[in-house]
Design a protein around this ligand. Structure first.
Ligand code: NDP
Length: 332
């Protein structure tokens, strides 16, 4: 069995020397476990946080241990009568080709409903993040303006489309012209801004003539500083992610925005998708319906081969992905 372990804690931007590939004997499932063969594995920005030992909401990875994270696989051997050989499952066994996993930590995936890879994206963690963060905290109303940063990523593109379903004007911010074109041409965003090449301040003013009612923040940093200057009275600002800060060694200091929140009586609230676990079924049900009815589309950026895992992970920080970044490890 091949797996990827954390070799040392990254300083700043991680590189391949922070990880190691390791060969292990094939695990043997114990009582209550199944042996799974990984079909897809997920690489996610939050994993960067777990590679540090700074205190956070998720436990740090241990040096020398496999990188845990979302994966989809097929059961090869089972000790639990409710799981059969051939079943597709999703869990968090992470960056390894095979794993013996306790069935209590797994969810079955029905390959007849949607491609199994969607269990890691639109019908999984990133879709649910978009759904609850936007609807519970952002609460977009018809006619309002919603801005989403990281707009062409796994979470961001679903946020924008749900906001369109709710009747809002949607503006996406992303890092390439290919991405901004995709948002407006394929997903129906009203406007999209390339934060790397456009004059962000001027482009935002033009794209948001009536100000910003909801700002769904995936990135933080300079992009967010600019958007926040345009918030309206009673704006809502779900803080989902701050990827622009994840590789900084020193804390970032930004403009003091509290007076903007005060004078606009705005709500800024961080959230973790895991806090909505008791409502996942509700979210998955509605997302699946929208997907089936063609009201939302999703994109995946799939790299082929377990040996490409690190490249795929590091690419999240340079914006290689349009949509959910996945690694295909073996055939379905
Ligand atoms: P994405 O698919 O959005 O991938 C990351 C994207 O971030 C890249 O494609 C890149 O796009 C953009 N990016 C990278 N570096 C920067 C930077 N310095 N400034 C601006 N943009 C940057 O990932 P996810 O959809 O999985 O996650 C999006 C965000 O949501 C992350 O911050 C993540 O940590 C957070 N998250 C939070 C959860 C929660 O429970 N709160 C759950 C899941 C995710 P571009 O080309 O546009 O730069």
């Amino acid at each position: 069995n091949e797996r990827i372990i954390l070799a040392k804690r990254p300083q700043g931007m991680p590189d391949e020397s922070d990880f190691a590939f390791e060969e292990q004997p094939l695990p043997v499932p114990q009582a209550g476990e199944v042996l799974v063969r990984t079909v897809y594995l997920s690489v996610d920005p939050y994993m960067r946080g777990r590679m540090s030992d700074a205190k956070s909401y998720a436990k740090p990875y241990e040096v020398g241990q496999v990188i845990a994270g979302g994966a989809v696989g097929q059961v090869m051997e089972s000790t639990d009568p409710t799981y059969r050989e051939g079943d597709f499952v999703t869990g968090s066994w992470g960056w390894q080709r095979f794993a013996a996993v306790s069935t209590g930590t797994l969810r079955k995936v029905n390959p007849d409903l949607a491609p199994v890879s969607t269990a890691l994206g639109v019908l999984g963690m990133t879709g649910l993040t978009a759904y609850f963060g936007l609807l519970d905290i952002g609460q977009p109303q018809a006619g309002e303006t919603v801005v989403v940063s990281g707009g062409a990523g796994a979470v961001g593109m679903i946020v924008g489309q749900i906001a369109k379903i709710k009747g809002a004007r949607v503006v996406g911010i992303a890092g390439s012209d290919e991405k901004t074109t995709y948002l407006t041409e394929e997903l129906g965003f009203d406007a999209a801004i390339n934060y790397r090449t456009d004059d962000l301040k001027a482009a935002l003013v033009e794209a948001c003539p009536e100000g910003v009612d909801v700002y769904f923040d995936n990135v933080g940093g300079d992009v967010s500083d600019q958007v926040l200057r345009l918030i309206n009275k009673n704006a809502r600002i779900p803080i989902c992610g701050q990827i622009a800060l994840y590789n900084l060694e020193k804390p970032d200091t930004g403009p003091r925005i509290q007076s903007l929140l005060l004078t606009n009586t705005a709500l800024m609230k961080g959230f973790l998708v895991g806090d909505y676990a008791s409502r996942y079924n509700e979210g998955l049900h509605e997302l699946a319906e929208w997907l089936r009815d063609g009201r939302i589309k999703h994109a995946e950026n799939v790299v082929d081969g377990f040996d490409k895992t690190l490249e795929a992970f590091l690419g999240l920080f340079t914006g290689e992905n349009l949509g959910k970044q996945l690694v295909k490890v073996s055939k379905e």
